[in-house]
Design a protein around this ligand. Structure first.
Ligand SMILES: Nc1ncnc2c1ncn2[C@@H]1O[C@H](COP(=O)(O)OP(=O)(O)OP(=O)(O)O)[C@@H](O)[C@H]1O
Ligand SMILES: [Mg+2]
Length: 380
């Protein structure tokens, strides 16, 4: 995995090929603001998070107090930024937006905090990347609505306490395991976002098609949803590409056949694998008999950097139950053999690496790679 919740180095994840990357590219950013759900009621899926959040917000409204600080954690493209904006909208509050990497000095944060008005929402995206001195300042602000501004240096330095208006911090992170304990403990409510199910993605697509004025039939939506890797951002991106195809090569209507033909042109297969994903499986199975084989060998075989294979292709292949990372190397599962239309060797179990937690149509095993308990809990 990448060190941060940002796309891997270079253009990986954002180049023209990466139609199924969960990271936002420039096009996405432009369109996304128009597709974002504005209220909790428009927010598809994440039923538990939504219900809990409703309670938190409603009780705050009744008490006339700002709600507890909220941490939104989960993989890219699942709706964290959207939810942050919704929280402010539901509270009828103003929102100030910044991000961990943008807060380099504690003073930047102090200035921002002291300019907040009563009940404002402060949204800090990628909060796990905040600099340590700023983080310490944030603890006090979150708990006591106060910042200590240090004036002077050395022995003569004094801390002047400044009051901060009661506010709600909404933090978002793709790597909650990288948050320090003290910071995590100061959030009263932590929402873990999950990958979306097939019906939820279909609902996201119906909504987006309507907003974009795309005529989409139900089976067209189903086809796109099945290839969206459980991620609304990818669903919306595929919808735009399919719409382009429908307009140029068909009568503009997104039917199942149009979606299939379009996604074949864009090289996204029925499980949502792209060319790189498939060539990794292909090398693993056809050249190395299904493994175990080291990742560097696979990388050479597909003509890519090791990092690209590890960070761009593998996470989803593992989540989809197609590839297993074992101490002896990478192994193709029987589902991977089947996916390439080959008979799996005898003795290869259905899920040799410990099973999957939930499956959805299209045989995509929805095992979340995003397990905060298992990710690195240290920041340095
Ligand atoms: N629950 C949802 N209902 C409808 N659309 C959604 C939902 N979640 C996400 N989307 C769509 O996906 C797009 C990406 O969502 P968003 O930017 O909120 O993700 P994110 O979790 O903040 O991603 P990142 O980690 O990259 O910042 C949004 O513009 C929105 O159109
Ligand atoms: Mg975001």
């Amino acid at each position: 995995m990448t060190e941060e919740g940002a796309p891997p180095e270079g253009d990986l994840g954002v180049d023209g090929d990466a139609l199924v990357s969960p990271y936002a590219d420039i096009d996405d950013r432009e369109v996304e603001s128009s597709l974002r759900p504005r209220r909790l009621a428009d927010f598809v899926g994440q039923v538990r998070v939504r219900e809990q959040l409703e309670l938190v917000l409603e009780s705050a409204r009744r008490r006339g107090r700002p709600p507890d600080h909220v941490l939104l954690s989960g993989p890219p493209g699942l709706g964290k930024t959207s939810l942050a904006l919704i929280i402010a909208a539901e509270l009828g509050a103003a929102i100030r937006v910044t991000s961990g990497p943008a807060i380099e000095r504690a003073g930047d944060l102090a200035a921002m905090l002291s300019s907040l008005a009563d009940r404002d929402v402060l949204f800090i995206d990628e909060i796990h990347r905040i600099a340590r001195p700023a983080e310490e300042l944030l603890y006090v602000a979150m708990e006591d609505f106060r910042v200590d501004v240090v004036v002077g240096k050395g022995h003569g330095a004094t801390a002047i306490p400044l009051e901060v208006a009661p506010f709600t911090l909404v933090g978002a992170t793709t790597r909650s395991g990288l948050l320090t304990g003290p910071l995590r403990d100061r959030f009263g409510f932590v929402a873990h976002m999950d990958f979306y199910s097939q019906p939820e993605l279909e609902q996201v697509l119906r909504r987006s098609a309507e907003l974009l004025g795309v005529r989409m039939q139900a089976d067209g939506g189903r086809e796109i949803a099945g290839r969206s890797r459980g991620t609304p951002r990818i669903a919306n991106r595929l919808l735009r590409r399919v719409r382009d195809f429908a307009e140029v090569r068909a009568d503009g209507v997104v039917t199942r056949d149009v979606a299939r033909a379009a996604l074949a042109v864009y090289d996204v297969d029925q499980l949502g694998l792209d060319r790189l994903d498939r060539s990794v499986l292909d090398a693993l199975i056809r050249r190395f008999g299904g493994g175990p084989v080291g990742v560097s060998t696979i990388a050479v075989a597909v003509g890519e950097e090791v990092q690209t294979v590890e960070e761009v292709a593998e996470p989803f292949l593992v989540r989809a139950g197609l590839l297993a990372r074992t101490p002896r190397g990478r192994v193709a599962t029987s589902a991977a053999w089947e996916h390439l239309g080959l008979p799996a060797p005898a003795g290869l179990g259905a899920a040799p690496y410990g099973g999957v937690s939930r499956s959805v149509p299209g045989r995509l095993a929805e095992q979340s790679l995003f397990d905060p308990e298992q990710s690195d809990s240290r920041k340095q």
